[in-house]
Design a protein. Structure first.
Length: 246
């Protein structure tokens, strides 16, 4: 399964979003607000909120920002009315791209995203054009340093994980969404530090890229990541190691 969530791993290992700290704070705050609005402020029974708060901790989001986002979701503070939906399209070399969107202006966002695809040798597609290539999965990333591979693999699989792989300096654990929390709890009980954990859209098969195609696809993915209204980017592109090191 290594490579199937390559973009998520590249973002984690390179810390691409660190340079966009303000954008990260805004995006995670929006996610917390929507999670609270849809499922309440108790993270115990709200998996989406629990993951958003975990992501906030991973990115060192200030507590006051988190509290403000929760209050907006509860309606005690004024906030924008966000719509959430998914865009689908194609990048260079025909790779599939899916985007989680949160926006307060659908028309503006549609125009922006269409422009980014067009500018970077891709095109925005119709709903359903690539989503059939992806399956919703839990992805848990553990850094290799000081972690025994065989022990971690057995723990993950025994607690309900679907797959385990090593990719560069991290281990990747893949789970069914229903088993995601159970695997996280098992890792926590074993005092295994999780670098990141999220529910993601994982491609069933990947497209291997090299040279110019890899560079073009990376440029498109980074441009989409930087847009304020794009929460997550998913792709079936399998980028080579040199793209990770650029």
């Amino acid at each position: 399964m290594s490579g199937h969530s390559k973009w998520a791993n590249i973002k984690h290992k390179k810390g691409r979003m660190d340079a966009l700290r303000g954008k990260v704070t805004t995006k995670i705050s929006r996610e917390i607000t929507i999670a609270v609005k849809n499922g309440g402020a108790d993270a115990t029974g709200n998996m989406r909120l629990k993951l958003a708060l975990q992501k906030a901790r991973e990115n060192n989001i200030p507590k006051e920002n988190i509290q403000r986002a929760i209050q907006k979701g509860q309606g005690s503070l004024e906030g924008s009315n966000y719509e959430e939906f998914m865009y689908e399209g194609y990048g260079p070399a025909g790779v599939a791209v899916m985007l989680d969107i949160l926006t307060d202006n659908r028309n503006r966002t549609a125009a922006d995203i269409r422009h980014l695809f067009s500018k970077n040798n891709g095109n925005l597609g119709e709903s359903g054009c690539v989503s059939w290539m992806f399956t919703k999965k839990g992805i848990i990333i553990v850094e290799k340093d000081g972690v025994d591979e065989e022990s971690l693999m057995m723990l993950a699989l025994d607690s309900g994980a679907d797959d385990f792989s090593a990719d560069g300096d991290v281990y990747e654990i893949l789970t069914d969404p229903d088993q995601f929390e159970a695997v996280q709890q098992a890792l926590d009980a074993a005092k295994i530090t999780v670098a990141s954990a999220q529910l993601s859209m994982v491609p069933q098969t990947t497209v291997s890229l090299a040279d110019e195609d890899a560079t073009k696809v990376t440029k498109l993915l980074e441009a989409l990541e930087e847009h304020d209204d794009v929460q997550e980017v998913y792709t079936n592109a399998d980028l080579p190691d040199e793209e990770e090191e650029d």
